[in-house]
Design a protein around this ligand. Structure first.
Ligand SMILES: [Zn+2]
Length: 71
């Protein structure tokens, strides 16, 4: 099973989600992590646990949200 539930996105789609933006905004609006649906979420739409496990490539996309350049 690749997903925790049907609302969560696949890990392999995370970079795309950061680029598209809609999944991030939805996660923040609902207060549920994009990957695991945990809460609370940060400005990148992820919970603390998932955020701590980002790869360098994922972080490169996530930081635009964290640094407030996209909202
Ligand atoms: Zn999470």
């Amino acid at each position: 099973m690749r997903r925790f539930n049907s609302e969560a996105i696949d890990r392999e789609d995370l970079i795309l989600a950061f680029r598209k933006g809609d999944p991030v905004r939805l996660a923040k609006a609902k207060g549920h992590c994009m990957l695991c649906k945990g809460s609370p979420v940060n400005d990148a739409g992820l919970c603390e646990g998932c955020f701590a496990n980002l790869t360098d490539e994922e972080w490169n996309e996530a930081r635009h949200w964290i640094e407030g350049r996209i909202a």
